[in-house]
Design a binder for this molecule. Structure first.
Ligand SMILES: Cc1cc2nc3c(=O)[nH]c(=O)nc-3n(C[C@H](O)[C@H](O)[C@H](O)COP(=O)(O)OP(=O)(O)OC[C@H]3O[C@@H](n4cnc5c(N)ncnc54)[C@H](O)[C@@H]3O)c2cc1C
Length: 432
């Protein structure tokens, strides 16, 4: 039986791998010349079950207003004449209640824990290399108020099996000595020993090469133009191939993994996905003095930045700008990142040599992705992974492969159902 996977980011590539393991004949289509070239290219590198607090939480509306006019703010909402953005914003506000926040944290922790274990299995089975570090993630707070506000969500995470321990500034510096110069400013910290980090792009590219060697067919430089339907089913994918010709590719089942571009492809088929691009930035620095650079993956809460050591490079990523599909670099935001890195770890690298990048997180208002069957029975969804697509990729992929094969995934999660898709038009997604 044939399956076509639409998109070869980290989510599409892992989906293809797990579908191949289910015994399907898999083809993956992507417009780029290789896998993992768009949002999965230079992200923060964290495999962080502990990063399960959604953007939509009780404190978010006040913060969004505070940041509204600040050019280098970590979260920037630029209002546009775009009904999709307004609809997304309204739903985001509805997700900010304590009840919805708790529900969404539970989804993220369950999917995260399952996914981290699935990633470890893929690593062991395939031997794929990606500058993986298994040294945990340390989250530090330089604001007492932010630290106090983080304790409640951390407790919910612990309740559902994410071992996120609260630690002192002294313990934080013992775990990561490079933080010594800012120790006096650390109000508190948490440490999740089981979390990991690694280069999502290397992982995706190397897994795609491994999958190709096992028989998965990757069609690169091929742009998806539309889906054809017949008798309530998807009958083919119209593409422009690398020779510039339009052709239709056919399969029995189709899995949508096009990140921020997923909603446009299925809108005319009546599948309504509330995904909006949340543009983020990263800077990658070659390390000059390893003794001054962190080697544990870090989250700097005040600046909403994450740090991951990828071999001899340090990747720093963060900020969110809800402002449409542009990936242009804003110099003010780039410089704000390297300024903070140099403040924390002076002498570690030359900031002038930073390589900057932007990517569009496929964000849902709740941070919970769409994983499951759509209202069209041979069209499946694995998309909308927002801030945590790398963390959640293997677990989402393993689950969608089970759903495509007609089995219930072995994961407690609000999988997408037809009712959930329809309810996003007017109200809250219904928990499964
Ligand atoms: C700054 C930043 C930092 C981040 N940090 C982290 C982190 O530390 N940890 C974490 O877990 N997550 C992180 N993320 C989130 C993570 O990177 C994303 O959730 C993830 O990459 C999404 O993967 P995806 O496969 O869904 O999308 P993508 O990687 O964007 O893949 C979609 C694919 O579809 C293809 N495509 C789209 N349209 C078409 C078309 N018409 N025809 C053909 N192909 C098409 C694209 O070429 C692309 O390859 C971060 C994101 C950003 C921006």
């Amino acid at each position: 039986m044939k399956v076509i996977v639409l998109g070869a980011g980290v989510v599409g590539t892992t989906s293809a791998w797990f579908l191949h393991k289910e015994g399907y004949e898999v083809t993956v289509i992507d417009r780029q010349p290789n896998a993992g070239m768009e949002t999965s290219f230079a992200n923060g590198g964290q495999v962080s079950v502990s990063h399960a607090e959604p953007w939509a939480n009780p404190g978010a509306p006040k913060k969004v207003l505070k940041y509204l006019m600040k050019e280098d703010a970590p979260l920037l909402f630029r209002l546009r004449a775009d009904s999709r953005q307004w609809r997304w914003g309204m739903q985001f506000l509805r997700e900010c209640t304590p009840e919805r926040t708790r529900h969404n944290i539970i989804q993220m922790v369950n999917l995260g824990t399952y996914s981290r274990a699935a990633l470890q299995d893929v690593r062991a089975e395939t031997g794929v290399q990606y500058d993986c570090l298994t040294k945990g993630i340390l989250h530090f707070y330089t604001s007492q108020q932010e630290f106090d506000e983080a304790l409640g969500p951390a407790e919910i995470m612990r309740e559902f099996g994410c071992d996120r321990k609260v630690i002192s500034a002294d313990e934080a510096v013992r775990i990561e000595p490079a933080l010594a110069s800012v120790k006096n400013r650390i109000a508190g910290a948490t440490f999740t020993e089981a979390d990991e980090s690694g280069d999502a792009h290397k992982f995706t590219k190397n897994l795609a090469a491994h999958a190709a060697s096992q028989g998965v067919n990757f069609r690169y430089d091929t742009t998806i133009l539309g889906l054809d339907s017949e008798g309530g089913q998807i009958s083919g994918v119209r593409v422009r191939n690398k020779d510039g010709q339009v052709e239709t590719l056919k399969a029995d089942k189709y899995v949508l993994c096009m990140g921020s571009y997923s909603p446009m492809l299925v809108k005319d088929l009546g599948v309504d996905l509330l995904i909006y691009p949340a543009k983020g930035y990263s800077a990658t620095l070659e390390i000059d003095d390893a003794s001054k650079a962190p080697s544990t993956s870090l989250t700097d809460d005040e600046y909403k930045l994450v740090f991951s050591r990828l071999g001899n490079r340090l990747r720093i990523a963060g900020t969110a700008e809800l402002n449409g599909y542009s990936t242009t670099l804003n110099d003010v935001r780039c410089k704000a990142i390297t300024r903070r890195v140099m403040e924390l770890f002076p002498g570690m690298a030359d900031p002038e040599k930073a390589v900057y990048w932007t990517g569009l997180r496929p964000a849902t208002p709740s941070n919970v992705p769409y994983i499951g069957q759509s209202k069209i029975s041979n069209l499946f969804l694995n998309t909308g992974h927002g801030t945590l697509g790398w963390t959640h990729s293997c677990g989402s992929a393993k689950s969608i492969a089970a759903i495509v094969a007609g089995r219930r995934p072995d994961l407690d999660f609000a999988f997408t159902r037809e009712s959930q898709l329809e309810s996003t038009k007017g109200g809250l997604p219904t928990p499964a």
